[in-house]
Design a protein. Structure first.
Lengths: 242, 242
């Protein structure tokens, strides 16, 4: 299995305090899976320089790609770009190309490109800009680190511009069977089936609906033939009519 | 500021694949903040022994408490209890008190306490059980690690039983001002205000509503007097009528 791996770093006091419910992780997870990229870890850290630097260093070393969200606006708590530059040992300053994007945007909207807004043009040397079609201030990719905004509409727009530039992998296929029985009823046969198909991963997700226990069994893998074969076996073993 | 700190570890392939949207993190964040416990980091890792062990060791060392969710059911992919025991060097096996809880539950419901369900009675030596009023299978606290289920209704029920046993801290207060202007308009005065109140944290959260940019400014801290003073200054500087 040659699927690229990825991690995500969410920078946000507001998520750790419970004020805001993160929406970007779920969106990124679905998009990456759809392109055959395995999201292997997510971390959420506060708006603190040292914590961001430490997480960037660890996560980009362990995975093919690191996607970050949050902390690239104009205010004093927006420190992600500088922290990523520090983590990668890159110089950072206001860059002409990013500044031009902001200048054009604020001219169009009649607002002033003041000192605070100019901070959003701080881009590390060697980084490629990620377009922001919503509010102009760009994200950037520096080596394998992709830095995007935290506002969900902007995060999603940046991601859809970025993803075509990143190589995907074999499609990550999945099939699901909804079993009208609790996990405890099916655990033993399911475990045996999982051992017979070591190239696939078998997940079982219990739910309670109207007081009744049920389980969704999800089989994941990249080999469509194996997946079909396992699903046939699973249906025989555990299907509602089996 | 003597507030206890906490981290959360979410164990779940289904969240990393984008199949499921995590709900427990947001719930935990709100509950901890309400008790004066600072949630300082969240990690999400796959259902893999080594990854869970590594994260438990790192997170419990860096924080006063570690809360985990997911991976304590009866199926082959439920490996959290054993991984936590391994991380803390504790012995783990089916324990009489947990077994008795399960036996009573399954007798009541007329189901069999089979080998798979008995796995849910695997509890490390020295751990305190966390009650599960929904489906009996308990969580546990081992030293500063609190292991709970992933199903949100069960996670929430376990947490409400657990939290009264954990010492909280000074209330984490916050006040919010909704400023009908974009972040770029307010960033400079906001940054100056933040410097004048080093004991407080100032967050600014931009939003787009009907095409108009606005910002919510949140001030957080434990000193109510300081917070009130900062809020008065903030309203003078940035209030809609200011």
């Amino acid at each position: 299995m040659t699927n690229p791996t990825a991690a995500m770093l969410v920078i946000g006091d507001e998520i750790l305090s419970g004020r805001t419910r993160d929406a970007n992780m779920h969106h990124l997870a679905g998009e990456l899976t759809g392109r055959g990229i395995r999201l292997r870890e997510v971390r959420i850290v506060p708006d603190e320089h040292d914590r961001i630097v430490e997480a960037v260093i660890a996560l980009r070393a362990a995975h093919d790609h690191l996607f970050t969200s949050g902390g690239i606006g104009p205010t004093h708590d927006d420190i992600t770009a500088d922290a990523v530059a520090a983590a990668l040992g890159a110089k950072i300053d206001v860059r002409g190309d990013a500044r031009a994007l902001l200048a054009a945007h604020y001219q169009r909207t009649g607002l002033e490109l003041n000192a605070a807004r100019l901070r959003m043009a701080r881009i590390p040397d060697g980084a490629d800009l990620i377009e922001n079609p919503v509010s102009a201030a760009p994200g950037f990719s520096l080596e394998n680190v992709h830095v995007m905004a935290g506002v969900p509409a902007i995060f999603q727009a940046m991601l859809s511009g970025l993803l075509p530039r990143i190589a995907g992998g074999a499609p990550l296929l999945s099939q699901m069977l909804d079993v009208g029985r609790g996990e405890g009823e099916i655990a033993t046969p399911l475990g045996e089936l999982a051992q017979r198909f070591p190239g696939l991963s078998f997940g079982s997700y219990p739910y309670l609906r109207n007081g009744a226990h049920g389980t969704q069994v999800v089989i994941r893998g990249t080999d469509a033939g194996q997946l079909d074969a396992a699903m046939v076996e699973l249906s025989k073993l555990l299907g509602r009519t089996g």
